[in-house]
Ligand binder design. Structure first.
Ligand code: PMP
Length: 445
């Protein structure tokens, strides 16, 4: 581990802690398919896809060629002041595959954060209304605007925005309002309509409701059936825009192209990022024309929509289509979920398994009745898994949810291999083989 350890130590002295959420000493030198290799040549199976970015795996040959070809042809002009062919073609493709209400248009940025930030800026301009409703536990990014609508503990330090009202996300495993798990969605809708709208957030002042179709960094929470449909109806009744953040759940991961499609709804705008560019920085908003055209020169980034990122995104979309990765996410996801539920039979730490396609969360608790969060244990499990050759992270506003988002090209054998390593990691943690000190250099989140 000499070379990996040396890089970890060198980088630790140089790079701001602000850009890090680190869990263990690992650094990749190269990647192939669902595997990463550290600087010493050790091989790891990746159950994180680097935070759900590598949907088509690492260094997919078609994506590599597309990047090289475009770099040799036209590496850059600024979309702010001149069109380029790959970005235009990508916009056409996105308008074909992203269902939004009415006539659509596309905006390009560089990160999930800037896509959400753009929507925060545009919603008041387009509607003449100032307020935005978002959700506790939501993670929408690190820029001022996207952090202000986020309700994740990691952004609790952000300055915020007095016009943003945050409400609970329906969580069937930890229901609020004293209702049954399947009624959590209806309870939140009732709270909105009959309490919030009548008090501090009148609907005629509310521009938009902003959320993730599956709450990702907040704990991989799948809302109960009917919740998104109910929100859509409520928004329609009050002329409020519905924005879906599909930065993490999008591009086939949940077994459909976008997670909101499981509820058969069409939002007013969708934010995309992460896997969109196959690892290159590109984000997009696909949304109603009147919203996206509400202002000029109001969401420009010099290098956004650059031709190399756009070419990588187009080819990643081709790969998802040609290799039927969306369907694959559904079938391998089923196998993974069954395997995780099997682990829950032997490992008491597992309180809940939730899944949609290859987007899965495993919530760890110290006691299945009181549901006390097992945060240190979650960190230990992923630490040990890394030592055993499996990469995954944890998240959640209680810091106790293992997030499992492998590349969508994951094979059945790789799925089973990862499950076997997780089984061993749980056993090692329960039997005290991972000391507290192992975690001391890693703050996690
Ligand atoms: N939205 C969601 C749902 C996310 O999960 C993230 C990143 N975790 C973001 C937005 C921010 O994306 P980025 O880190 O690319 O700015």
């Amino acid at each position: 581990m000499a070379a990996t350890q040396a890089l970890v130590a060198r980088e630790g002295e140089l790079l701001s802690d602000s850009l890090k959420v680190r869990f263990f000493p690992f650094a990749a030198a190269r990647g192939q398919g669902s595997r990463l290799f550290d600087l010493d040549g050790n091989r790891y199976l990746d159950f994180s896809a680097s935070w759900a970015v590598a949907n088509t795996g690492y260094s997919h040959p078609r994506v590599v060629s597309a990047i090289a070809e475009q770099a040799g042809k036209l590496s850059f002009t600024s979309l702010c002041s001149t069109p380029n062919e790959p970005a235009t073609a990508l916009a056409e493709r996105l308008l074909e595959i992203v269902p939004v209400q009415g006539e659509g248009k596309v905006w390009f940025g560089l990160s999930g954060s800037d896509a959400n930030d753009f929507l925060v800026k545009m919603a008041p301009l387009a509607t003449g209304r100032s307020k935005i409703i978002s959700f506790i536990g939501g993670y929408h990014g690190q820029t001022g605007g996207s952090a202000a609508i986020s309700g994740h503990t990691a952004q609790a330090r952000a300055a915020g925005n007095g016009n943003v009202v945050k409400i609970p996300y329906p969580n069937p495993y930890r229901p609020l309002f004293g209702v049954a798990p399947e009624e959590t969605g209806a309870a939140v809708l009732d709270y909105l309509e009959n309490y919030l709208f009548r008090t501090i957030c009148p609907p005629e002042q509310t521009a938009a409701i902003f959320l993730e179709a599956i709450q990702s960094d907040g704990g991989d929470i799948v809302p109960p059936a009917g919740f998104l449909r109910g929100l859509r109806e409520l928004c329609d009744r009050h002329g409020i825009l519905l924005f879906l953040d599909e930065v993490k759940t999008g591009m086939g991961r949940t077994g459909l192209m976008f997670a909101f499609e499981h509820e058969g709804i069409a939002p007013d705008a969708v934010a995309l990022g992460k896997s969109l560019g196959g690892g290159l920085p590109v984000s997009a908003v696909v949304g109603r024309r009147d919203l996206l055209d509400a202002a000029t020169a109001n969401g420009m980034f010099t290098t956004a929509g650059n031709p190399i990122s756009a070419a990588a995104a187009l080819t990643s979309l081709d790969v998802i289509r040609d290799e039927q990765l969306t369907e694959r996410a559904a079938t391998i996801g089923e196998r993974l979920r069954n395997g995780l539920e099997g682990l829950a039979e032997t490992h008491e730490l597992i309180g809940d398994v939730r899944a949609r396609g290859l987007f899965q969360g495993v919530e760890l608790v110290r006691d299945r009745v009181t549901k006390v969060p097992a945060a240190i244990e979650a960190h230990k499990v992923i630490y040990r898994a890394m030592e055993l050759g499996l990469l995954l992270f944890y998240g959640g506003i209680l810091s106790n949810v293992l997030e499992i988002t492998p590349p969508l090209i994951l094979t059945e054998d790789e799925c089973d291999e990862g499950l076997a390593i997780l089984d061993q990691a749980f056993r090692d943690v329960s039997e005290g083989r991972v000391p507290d000190e192992a975690l001391s250099a890693y703050a996690g989140w």
